[in-house]
Design a protein around this ligand. Structure first.
Ligand code: ADP
Length: 309
C-alpha cells in the first residue's frame, strides 16, 4: 500500500457537564485527507484545499502529529499529506483534531498498523498542543475511537470509549464569530463552590449512566453545566435563545461545543435533530451574523478508510 484516502470527522468536546473529559464523534461532518508514502524522509504537507492553513510541517497540526509518530517508531519513512478541509479552523468542532488524528491514523494504516487507535491518541495530542497550547485529548479521543469517549486521566491516557445510544443525533450551529480558545479559558474561575461541584458530578455520572442504559430522559436531565457554560456563554450571541429554542423543538439538551463559538444540541432521532437545526437557523437569521449548521448522527468507528492503493 502506498496511498490512503480517509475521512477525518468533526467532534464535539465537553458536552455540557463533561468539561475537559467528554467528547463525541460526528458522522457526516469532516475533512478528507490523502496520505501517501514518499522517498523524502519526514512529513510534507503538499496540498490544503478549502482553507488557508500553513503548509509548513512544523506549523500544521497534521505535520506535528505525524512527526511525533515517526519519532516514536524511529522510522526512516517519509509521507506526503493532502488535506481537503471542510471543518473551519477555530469553529469549536475539532478542526485541528481531525487533521491531527487523520494524519496519524493514515500513516499508521500505511505502515501496517503498528499502533492501536488508542495508542495513536498521544501522537495526535501533539497536534492539539500546537493548536491550543495544551496537549488535550477530548477531541482526538472520539475521532480515533468513535462514539462518546471519557478522558479519566490525560497523563496516563486512561481513556474510555463509552456506550453510544443508536438514536442520538446532533445539531450544530457555527456562528461566524471568533472566540479565541485562550480568551474562553481566561474567563474561567480556578475555584468551584462545593455545591456546584456536587451538581456537576451528579450530572456527569448520570449522563454516563444514561448513555449505558440508553435512557434518553436521564440523558436529557443530565445535560446541564453549572460551572463553565454560565461564564462562557456570554461570548456567544443569542445563547439563551438558542438553548430555549432547542428544548422547545424537542432536543434533549444543548451546550457550547468545545470552547465555542459553535453550539450543539443532542436529540433522540435525526428527524428531531433537523427540527432543532431549523430552530437554530431561525434564531440566527434575525441576528445578521453569518452561520453554518450541521446535523449528524453519531459516528461509532471514528476515522474511516475510504480507499487505498
Ligand atoms: P478547533 O477547535 O476548531 O480545532 P482550534 O482553535 O483548536 O480550532 O485550532 C485551530 C488552530 O490550529 C488555528 O490556529 C489553525 O491555524 C491551527 N492549525 C494548524 N494546522 C491545522 C489544520 N490542519 N487544521 C486546522 N487547524 C490547524
Amino acid at each position: 500500500m502506498n496511498e490512503v484516502r480517509i475521512f477525518a470527522p468533526a467532534s464535539i468536546a465537553n458536552i455540557s457537564c463533561g468539561f475537559d473529559v467528554l467528547g463525541m464523534c460526528l458522522d457526516n461532518v469532516g475533512d478528507e485527507m490523502v496520505i501517501r508514502k514518499s522517498n523524502k524522509k519526514g512529513i510534507q504537507i503538499t496540498k490544503i484545499i478549502g482553507q488557508k492553513l500553513p503548509l509548513e510541517t512544523s506549523k500544521n497540526v497534521a505535520g506535528v502529529a505525524g512527526l511525533a509518530l515517526l519519532d516514536d517508531l524511529g522510522e526512516t519513512h517519509g509521507f506526503e499529506i493532502e488535506i481537503y478541509k471542510k471543518i473551519k479552523a477555530g469553529s469549536g468542532i475539532g478542526s485541528s483534531a481531525a487533521s491531527s488524528a487523520g494524519a496519524v491514523a493514515g500513516i499508521n494504516f500505511l505502515l501496517g498498523n503498528p499502533y492501536t487507535n488508542k495508542e495513536l491518541i498521544r501522537f495526535a495530542m501533539e497536534g492539539e498542543r500546537l493548536a491550543s497550547g495544551t496537549a488535550h485529548a477530548d477531541n482526538v479521543a472520539p475521532v480515533l475511537l468513535g462514539g462518546f469517549t471519557l478522558v479519566r486521566d490525560c497523563s496516563t491516557l486512561d481513556i474510555i470509549k463509552l456506550n453510544t445510544p443508536l438514536e442520538i443525533a446532533a445539531s450544530v450551529i457555527h456562528p461566524q464569530i471568533e472566540v479565541k480558545t485562550s480568551d474562553a479559558r481566561a474567563l474561567l474561575k480556578q475555584k468551584v463552590p462545593l455545591k456546584k461541584a456536587i451538581t456537576q458530578w451528579g450530572n456527569l455520572g448520570a449522563l454516563v449512566s444514561g448513555l449505558y442504559e440508553e435512557d434518553y430522559e436521564l440523558i436529557s436531565r443530565s445535560l446541564e453545566d453549572v460551572i463553565v457554560e454560565p461564564i462562557r456563554s456570554i461570548l456567544i450571541p443569542e445563547f439563551d435563545a438558542l438553548k430555549k429554542g432547542c428544548k422547545e423543538a424537542g432536543a434533549l439538551g444543548s451546550g457550547i461545543s468545545g470552547s465555542g463559538p459553535s453550539v450543539f444540541a443532542l436529540s433522540k432521532g435525526i428527524f428531531t435533530a433537523h427540527k432543532v437545526a431549523d430552530t437554530m437557523k431561525t434564531i440566527y437569521q434575525k441576528t445578521g451574523i453569518e452561520f453554518d449548521t450541521h446535523v449528524s448522527t453519531l459516528n461509532y468507528e471514528g476515522i474511516k478508510i475510504l480507499e487505498y492503493k
